[in-house]
Design a protein around this ligand. Sequence first.
Ligand SMILES: Nc1ncnc2c1ncn2[C@@H]1O[C@H](COP(=O)(O)OP(=O)(O)OP(=O)(O)O)[C@@H](O)[C@H]1O
Ligand SMILES: CC(=O)N[C@H]1[C@@H]2OC[C@@H](O2)[C@@H](O)[C@@H]1O[C@H](C)C(=O)O
Length: 364
Amino acid sequence: MKGKLADPVWALGAMSGTSLDGVDAALVLTDGVTISEFGASGYRGYSDAEQAVLRAALGKWPGDDLEDAAAVVLEAHIATLRGFDADVVGFHGQTLAHEPQGRGTHQLGDGAALAEALGRTVVWDFRSTDVELGGQGAPLAPFYHWACAKWIGADAPVAFLNLGGVGNLTWVDPASDKPDAPGALLAFDTGPANAPINDLMMERRGLAYDKGGALAAQGQVVDGALELFLEEGYFRKMPPKSLDRNDFSLMLDLVRELDDADAAATMTAMAAAAVMQGMEHCPVVPQRLLVTGGGRHNPVMMAMLGSALDCAVQPVEAVGLDGDMLEAQAFAYLAVRVMRGLPTSAPETTGVPAPVGGGRISRV
Ligand SMILES: Nc1ncnc2c1ncn2[C@@H]1O[C@H](COP(=O)(O)OP(=O)(O)OP(=O)(O)O)[C@@H](O)[C@H]1O
Ligand SMILES: CC(=O)N[C@H]1[C@@H]2OC[C@@H](O2)[C@@H](O)[C@@H]1O[C@H](C)C(=O)O
């Protein structure tokens, strides 16, 4: 890497999330502690054919036949990243399976091959070490949320909520001097967010998602189904805790008898209710809940959250951040931390016994 150890460097993060929509890429100038500047970003959607290959690979583990899916992930990342200039690349890979207390966690993607193709140092396989040491391996964005809280100049506890396929929440005490300081953070996956709504839309309407919450807005929330959902043991577990995309796939059964609009409204309420349950774990009520990820574009979900919580609920754009790129930026930031030997997770974020720096480095 260029520069002295403590100099900020341009890091390029690449994230392809559980909704399998495509690859986000974003540049951040950082020393792995402080955000100095944001750079350009980009996005390349997976084609229908690529998405079908990845969907068929969900639930698979290293050693399974993954040749086609591996090629899709590698080619999509090369195409997305090759136009950028950066000192280091943080490559998340495509999560295919996540069983932290079982077989481990699996992010498909060969960082060494990507490094060779791009001619740049690539940091990858961010989650395995944490899981091997007894952590959940997720969520990992919380250390970056800490840097974001500092960047926005927060002077009171603040929470970040990612509404992706799965939801995850990070509570930050901005008075802390580093993200792995005891009490600086509390983070966990809240529950299913958009993934089950997408599955419902595909099953009932042949659509990828409920754009603008339009279908949910026409329906009524059915309380009985919502209560059954909240009886799920996950919500009683203390954090840290994490989920696989399909851990709640039985949710579709809870709305099976409902018409399309009521089913969409009820599932949207389920995603919001999971967040409300999660907020109870915050050490103190945050001043504001800053929402990132695709769910912030769903006004029905945002209104449900806003009316149920005691704090302001706003998209991260309200504080000058980019909610479409925050996770890609997170893996840029984490790549620099790995290069510098700094931890990327802590007991309060993944349940790992002590702060740990995961990630493999492939140099060119
Ligand atoms: N305009 C919109 N209206 C409603 N929902 C939307 C809108 N835009 C995006 N979404 C939802 O957000 C999802 C994508 O969110 P995002 O890109 O944050 O997920 P991801 O990064 O793949 O998931 P994860 O963070 O779980 O890995 C879409 O699949 C869709 O359900
Ligand atoms: C195993 C895995 O890939 N988990 C993702 C997923 O998507 C959201 C939630 O579940 C979160 O735990 C995580 O991603 C974000 C980027 C994280 O690690 O913070």
